[in-house]
Design a protein around this ligand. Structure first.
Ligand SMILES: [Zn+2]
Length: 245
């Protein structure tokens, strides 16, 4: 009986849709909700983070659609948040800048304007397909290929190979930092840099989002903005193809 009650409303909608023609009005939202629930359930916990195996890691799509919380996806989200903050700051600055000279020249008390107000709109740096587009039909999009650089930590402790990875990060960041002071919170985390954890010898990469530990076998990625972050080997294999030399 309960089930009958639960299904009463959707079946009425379906019936109405059959009579009028077309799909039930709530079917798309329902399908998207179901997909979301499925994707949440498909995530696996890796290093205490919920990771979706099929997510396009390192993208905002991976973070939002697949709710993947791996380091590359979380970093992509942090970068987007930073971009959005920078864009709204720029928009505010542009508006303040546009208003200042106008205010100086215009007899505001009389409500008169000697010049038309300059356009102060700053375009939002969202990719096409971002939520600012108005659409009535789905369109197809292809993700732009992004080329990153990467080096893999050796699977087992191999000092020359791991040293090469360390030197690569060191020479492209603020360099080495004293690890314990940062790990123990006595010093602020540098915006970029590299160090070794004296407790277990793991490499540590410092980023704007905090410290990232690199395990043996992990890949170290240098992203499009020159930022470094580690990536698990299975995720790396599923996400990247080598660019032919
Ligand atoms: Zn991910």
């Amino acid at each position: 009986m309960r089930a009958g009650l639960d299904f009463a409303v959707p079946s009425q909608r379906r019936r109405a849709a059959e009579l009028v023609g077309g799909t039930p009005p709530d079917s798309r939202a329902q399908a998207s909700f179901t997909r979301r629930q499925l994707r949440r359930a498909e995530r696996v916990e890796i290093d205490g983070k919920m990771v979706h195996p099929q997510a396009d890691h390192g993208t905002i799509h991976g973070y939002k659609t697949y709710e993947c919380r791996c380091t590359p996806c979380s970093d992509a989200n942090s970068r987007l948040v930073q971009l959005q903050r920078a864009a709204s700051r720029a928009a505010l600055d542009a508006r303040a800048h546009a208003l200042r000279p106008a205010a100086a020249r215009t007899p505001l008390l009389l409500g008169l304007r000697t010049h038309p107000r300059p356009a102060a709109r700053v375009r939002h740096p969202l990719p096409p397909g971002g939520h600012t587009m108005t659409m009535t039909e789905p369109r197809e999009f292809r993700k732009r290929p992004v080329v990153i650089e990467a080096m893999q930590m050796p699977e087992d402790a191999d000092p020359p190979a791991s040293h090469a990875v360390y030197l690569w990060v060191e020479s492209n960041t603020a360099g080495s930092f004293e690890p314990l002071a940062v790990i123990e919170g006595r010093k602020a985390c540098p915006a970029s840099g590299v160090s070794l954890d004296p407790r277990d010898g793991r490499m540590i990469i410092s980023t704007l989002e905090g410290l990232h530990w690199v395990d043996l076998g992990d890949w170290v990625i240098r992203g499009v903005a020159g930022e470094f972050y580690p990536c698990k080997p299975d995720i790396f294999a599923a996400t990247y193809d080598a660019v032919p030399a």
